[in-house]
Design a protein around this ligand. Sequence first.
Ligand code: NAD
Length: 362
Amino acid sequence: MTSGPKLSFVYQASPSRVVFGAGSFVKAPEEIDRLGAKRALIITTPGRRKLGEELAARLGSKAAGIFDRAVMHVPVKTAEAGRAEAARLDADCYVAIGGGSATGLAKAIALVSGRPILCIPTTYSGSEMTPIWGLTEAGIKKNARDSRALPKTVIYDPALTLGMPEKLSATSGMNAVAHCVEALYAQDANPIISLIAEEGIRAMARGLPAVVKDPSNLEARSSALYGAWLGGVSLGGTTMALHHKLCHILGGAFDLPHSETHTVLLPHATAYNAAAAPEAMERIARALGAKSAAQGLYDLEVKMGTPLSLQSIGMKREGIEHAASLVIANPFYNSRPLSKEGIRALLEDAFAGRPPRSWSDA
Ligand code: NAD
């Protein structure tokens, strides 16, 4: 640990069991046994249906059914349909297989029933390691924490991520990096989560460009999935600041794609906070093997060919003023105080896809 002020912090461990390794997917039946469950409802997105069926075949009589209607941001109607199906099938556990959308739906169901979740993630969203649930109604997404939403067991099988397209891999991976970055300067940052977050960035920076170059590289996939796990722990172990709030605001107001929005904004939110969080910046830069945290993140994205501008992912220029107003109208903790001019300038940079600026007034 680097030197700093007197040690004083709260650390809350998240009690989940993690089974990691290529091929570990086959351990799902024994992990269901460990949970004491007998009738698993498999929850997935339409795109991962085939994988859900493979899992059902493997579970045999332990599979109660498949619910493949998970979509981004958990609409209330989808959650209600999932809860009804779980009750109809008398499911006693939920197996989410897929990205954050599948996990999100399983959480929405478990939140009401209190039944355990076994999660088998196939993207790098990190949701499987957090007690954070979300539900969307009339275009507004509500997020909160509840221990019933935290998966009891997570199986990380890098082999399941081999088919993830390069573009989704890169942006989903930057979503995990964003969890790590914000954990390092969180209001409730603590030495344990900071260790995890720094290692998460390091694992991603090592694995992700190699994944984009060769999506079938299992070693690189393993490193990236390990980074995603650590990103999820970082997200679950702290409360997030400017970057995540901005992503939430832009995603909700303009229906922008989730992981791409994280990717585009991350270097700019990092730059905005740089002068106010020097120790965090040092750790981020060190993990990236770069001189500057914000520029290092931007360079990593350039190298992987991810989207760099909000314009390229569907935002309109008029949205900048509206988004800056929303940030100021709903203030939250951030390392550096929020000003409307500052947020507007950050969004202008991100809109155009410019490299992150050096702020001199922080
Ligand atoms: P996603 O789950 O919506 O998946 C995106 C698409 O990729 C889907 O069509 C899916 O079928 C497909 N897909 C998934 N895995 C694949 C693979 N291996 N190969 C090919 N295609 C694959 O996207 P996501 O980014 O994983 O999750 C986003 C959602 O998760 C959002 O709703 C976000 O708010 C939520 N989230 C929640 C938390 C939390 O802690 N609560 C954390 C991060 C993200």
